[in-house]
Design a protein around this ligand. Structure first.
Ligand SMILES: [Zn+2]
Length: 230
């Protein structure tokens, strides 16, 4: 082997070594979105933790009344138990997102478990709708770089929110209404829940929030549509 050959060999060994080191660390650029930078008055309503017997239908009927699309980050085991409601969400033109199979905090479970949680939910949704979800929301909003990298590898866009209604804590609906009306701006991602709880103030709040935002020129889009804008 000539001098040149040796150098070449060394260089290729170095790059193999570097690749090896690289794989020890998750890609630093795995991203999680909180809102869109769009200049247009577009926003996304999102509903987590469903589907539910108590609230999904009413939420769907309000959205239908105003002819708007939203995104439902559903829990896999809920979806599996209730394929009819998943079908209703899908057929109404809303986007379905992955929210893990058993609502696990992704930064607190091993990689294999995370992959299983995502895949199982994906399979359930695929079986019902024929489509795989493209967007993911971490339960509780907890995440770390390593789990975001896993999700990115699995083809997901990870999404948090820019406006939290805290509707899960069962506040008065007026409180949610004023929070959303006072704070919404272009590109916002608004967090609601579609929980199995009769007292959930979300449907009532939506009946006030949606007409207000429509009147103020906002357009409602799914998460994928919103993020493709920016
Ligand atoms: Zn959740």
């Amino acid at each position: 082997m000539g001098k040149r050959g040796i150098i070449k060999r060394l260089l290729s060994l170095c790059s193999v070594a570097l690749l090896g080191i690289g794989s020890l660390f998750p890609a630093a650029d795995a991203k999680i979105y909180r809102k869109s930078e769009t200049a247009e008055k577009k926003i996304a309503l999102t509903f987590d933790d469903g589907p539910s017997k108590q609230n999904t239908e009413e939420i769907l009927s309000i959205l239908k009344e105003y002819d708007i699309r939203a995104t439902f980050f559903v829990i896999g085991e809920n979806a599996e138990r209730d394929p009819e409601r998943i079908r209703s969400i899908y057929q109404a033109g809303h986007e379905l997102g992955n929210h893990t199979y058993t609502h696990r905090y992704i930064s607190k479970i091993p990689r294999e478990k995370l992959i299983e949680e995502i895949k199982r939910t994906e399979e359930v949704l695929h079986q019902i709708t024929g489509e795989k979800p493209k967007v993911f929301r971490p339960p509780g909003g907890y995440y770390d770089d390593a789990s975001l990298a896993v999700l990115e590898d699995m083809g997901y866009t990870s999404v948090l929110w820019s406006l939290d209604t805290r509707d899960w804590s069962i506040p008065k609906s007026e409180k949610i209404v004023s929070k959303v009306e006072d704070n919404t701006t272009s590109g916002d991602i608004i967090l609601f829940h579609d929980l199995e709880d009769k007292r959930l103030p979300t449907p009532k709040a939506l009946r006030a929030i949606i007409p207000y935002l429509v009147e103020n020129g906002y357009e409602f889009v799914t998460i994928s549509e919103l993020l493709n804008e920016s």
